[in-house]
Structures are given as structure tokens and as C-alpha cells.
Design a protein around this ligand. Structure first.
Ligand SMILES: CC(C)(COP(=O)(O)OP(=O)(O)OC[C@H]1O[C@@H](n2cnc3c(N)ncnc32)[C@H](O)[C@@H]1OP(=O)(O)O)[C@@H](O)C(=O)NCCC(=O)NCCS
Length: 178
């Protein structure tokens, strides 16, 4: 399966959600049954990278996706050196709520591309409405290893998941022109 050039907002009519398989039931269930509802409810946005070619019914398989939303963290969960610069009320952050690649095309660099696109998207949002950091709740150790590789640091436990973060200042270094 080769992928299209651009990430686009999930569209139930254009994208075949049923064939998506990340190998993780929770993520599969999210894209199949929740992502569109959450967008309609105005609580998160899901962007998908469709396959380059459609299925016989005209819909495009989903190669990878990410979902983002605003969120907040408690100041005291941050390392002391960072926390001391912040006020004593909850700190605004952006959450990468979901991110997954189809199992058929894992290991070909698409996880990296999808994460960079999600960070670029959030960096652009940050130009209009600031947040302190990007956070992600890791589904398992493999996800934690993946985000560690790209510079995310452990923040705290969040309902049994390891929550990791990257300050927006660090994200900006990836996209700001010299
Ligand atoms: C984690 C996931 C997104 C990685 O996607 P992928 O397309 O296989 O990853 P890539 O091919 O882009 O790999 C990018 C880099 O991350 C590394 N990597 C990939 N999976 C990794 C893992 N589980 N642990 C450590 N490193 C990993 C690769 O070795 C690669 O390193 P390199 O650039 O030095 O070669 C994908 O396996 C997935 O969808 N997993 C199930 C859902 C999931 O756990 N999502 C995480 C959010 S909770």
C-alpha cells in the first residue's frame, strides 16, 4: 500500500475506516467508531494519510492517522526546573491523543512522518493559541520507546499510562527557519 502526499481531515465518506489495523484494538476502535464522533462533538481533530489508490467502492484505505486536542497538566508534574517558571494553576498543553500506522506498512518510516506532521500541525496552532508542551499517553512500552526516540520525556503516570511531554519551545526548533 503506497500513501498519498497529504494528511487530510478524516472524512467518513472518503476514507475506509473498517480496513484500518494498527495491531492495537484500542486505536482500531478509535478510528472506526470514535474519531468522527469526537470531531463532530468538537473535542478532537483527526487527520489521516490516505492510500494513494482507492478501493473498488471509491473509498481510500487509511495508512496512518493522528488525533489532537487541547488539554492541561498540573504544574507540579513537570520537572522542578521547568515548573518554577510557570503559574500555580493548570498548564495548557496539546495532546496527541492517538497516533497509529497500518500494520501492513509499519517499519517504513511512516510513524516518524506521522509524528512530525502532528507536531508541525500543533506548532502552527501554537502560533494562534499558545500551549506549554505537547503531551502523549503511551499505550505500551513500545509506544514509550518510539516517543523517547524522538525526544519526548517522561512526565508522570496518567491512569496507568506513562505520560510523556515535549515543550513547544523544543517542537519549534524543528520547524522554525534559521
Ligand atoms: C509506534 C508506531 C507508530 C511506529 O510506526 P512505524 O511506521 O513502524 O515507525 P517508523 O518506521 O516511522 O520508525 C521510526 C523510527 O522509530 C523507531 N521505532 C519504531 N517503532 C519503535 C518501537 N516500538 N520502539 C522503538 N523504536 C521504534 C524505528 O526504528 C525508526 O527509527 P530510525 O528512524 O532510527 O530508523 C507503530 O508501530 C504503531 O502504529 N503502533 C501501534 C500503535 C501505537 O502504539 N501507537 C503509539 C501511540 S499510543
Amino acid at each position: 500500500m503506497s500513501w498519498a502526499k497529504e494528511f487530510v481531515e478524516l472524512d467518513k465518506k472518503a476514507h475506509d475506516r473498517s480496513s484500518f489495523d494498527s495491531g492495537e484494538d484500542e486505536l482500531n476502535d478509535f478510528i472506526k467508531t470514535k474519531a468522527a464522533k469526537h470531531m463532530a462533538a468538537g473535542i478532537s481533530r483527526t487527520m489521516v494519510l490516505p492510500a494513494a489508490s482507492p478501493l473498488p467502492d471509491g473509498k481510500y484505505p487509511i495508512c496512518s492517522f493522528y488525533s489532537i486536542s487541547p488539554s492541561q497538566i498540573e504544574r507540579q508534574t513537570l520537572p522542578a526546573a521547568l515548573a518554577k517558571k510557570l503559574p500555580f494553576y493548570p498548564v495548557p498543553v496539546f495532546l496527541i491523543a492517538q497516533l497509529a500506522v497500518h500494520t501492513e506498512i509499519k517499519g517504513q518510516g511512516l510513524g516518524k512522518i506521522t509524528l512530525i506532521k502532528a507536531l508541525e500541525h500543533l506548532w502552527n496552532v501554537n502560533a494562534h493559541m499558545k500551549a506549554y508542551a505537547v503531551v502523549v499517553d503511551c499505550l505500551n512500552q513500545a509506544a514509550q520507546d518510539f516517543y523517547t526516540k524522538f525526544g519526548f520525556e517522561i512526565l508522570c503516570d496518567n491512569n496507568g499510562r506513562t505520560r510523556m511531554f515535549m515543550p513547544l519551545g523544543t517542537v519549534g526548533q524543528l520547524f522554525e527557519e534559521e
